[in-house]
Design a protein around this ligand. Structure first.
Ligand SMILES: Nc1nc2c(ncn2[C@@H]2O[C@H](COP(=O)(O)OP(=O)(O)OP(=O)(O)O)[C@@H](O)[C@H]2O)c(=O)[nH]1
Ligand SMILES: [Zn+2]
Length: 192
C-alpha cells in the first residue's frame, strides 16, 4: 500500500522557513522564496519509502524452476543518514537462493532497495532490512546483501574523510554456508 497521506507538506515548508531564519538567512530573499516548497516536494520523494512496504514490491513472483543463486550487483542507492539528514550513497549487491517457484523479477530487487533507502536510515539497518524482506516475503533459502557507501556527513563535515567507504553485509540462511558465501562474494568482487 502506497499511502503518503501522513506526509505534511505545509509542515515541511514551515520547518524550512524556520531553519533558514535560524541559520541567519532571509527566507524572503528572492533566491530562497521557493526553497521551502522545493524541499517539501523533494522530501516527498526522498522519504517515500516511509509509506511503502516490501510486501507490495515482492508480491508478484514467477515459477522459474531454479534453486540456484541469483545475484544482482551494483544497484545504485541514495539514502539519508538519520543522524545528520545528509545523504549517503553507493551501491547494493543482492544475492539470493530462491525457494522453488518463488523467483522475483530482477527490477524488484532494485525496487526493494528503494523502499528501505528512501527513509532516514543507518546503513547497517538498511542492509539488514533488505535481507530480511527477501526471507520473509519470498521465503528465500539464503540471502546476502552487501552495501558500499560514502556518507556525506563524514566527507563534507565532521572528520572530513572523503575517501572512506563503509561496507556492511547481512547474510541469512543457506548463504551462511562458507562455500556458498564465498561464491557470492567472488561474484560481487569479480573484476568489472
Ligand atoms: N553506524 C553508523 N553510523 C553512522 C551512519 N551514518 C552516520 N553515522 C555516524 O553517526 C555518528 C553520530 O555521532 P555523534 O557523536 O552523535 O554526532 P557528531 O558529533 O555529529 O559526530 P561526528 O560525525 O563525529 O562529528 C557519527 O559517527 C557518524 O559518522 C550509519 O549509517 N551507520
Ligand atoms: Zn550522518
Amino acid at each position: 500500500m502506497n499511502n503518503d497521506s501522513s506526509y505534511n507538506e505545509e509542515g515541511v515548508r514551515q520547518a524550512v522557513r524556520l531553519f533558514l531564519e535560524s541559520i541567519g538567512e532571509d527566507p524572503n530573499r528572492e533566491g530562497l522564496l521557493d526553497t521551502p516548497d522545493r524541499i517539501a516536494r523533494a522530501g516527498r520523494e526522498l522519504f517515500a519509502g516511509l509509506h511503502q512496504n516490501p510486501h507490495d514490491v515482492l508480491e508478484k513472483h514467477f515459477s522459474v524452476d531454479t534453486e540456484e543463486m541469483v545475484l544482482v550487483r551494483d544497484i545504485e542507492l541514495y539514502s539519508v543518514c538519520e543522524h545528520h539528514l545528509l545523504p549517503f550513497h553507493g551501491v547494493a549487491h543482492i544475492g539470493y537462493i530462491p525457494a522453488k517457484n518463488e523467483v522475483v523479477g530482477l527490477s524488484k530487487l532494485a525496487r526493494l532497495v528503494e523502499v528501505f533507502a528512501r527513509r532516514p536510515q543507518v546503513q547497517e539497518r538498511l542492509t539488514q532490512q533488505i535481507a530480511d524482506a527477501l526471507v520473509h516475503e519470498i521465503h528465500a533459502k539464503g540471502v546476502i546483501v552487501v552495501t558500499d557507501c560514502e556518507h556525506l556527513c563524514m566527507s563534507m563535515r565532521g572528520v572530513k574523510k572523503s575517501q572512506a567507504r563503509t561496507l556492511t553485509s547481512a547474510v541469512r540462511g543457506a548463504m551462511r554456508d562458507s562455500a556458498t558465501r564465498a561464491e557470492a562474494m567472488q561474484l560481487i568482487l569479480q573484476q568489472r
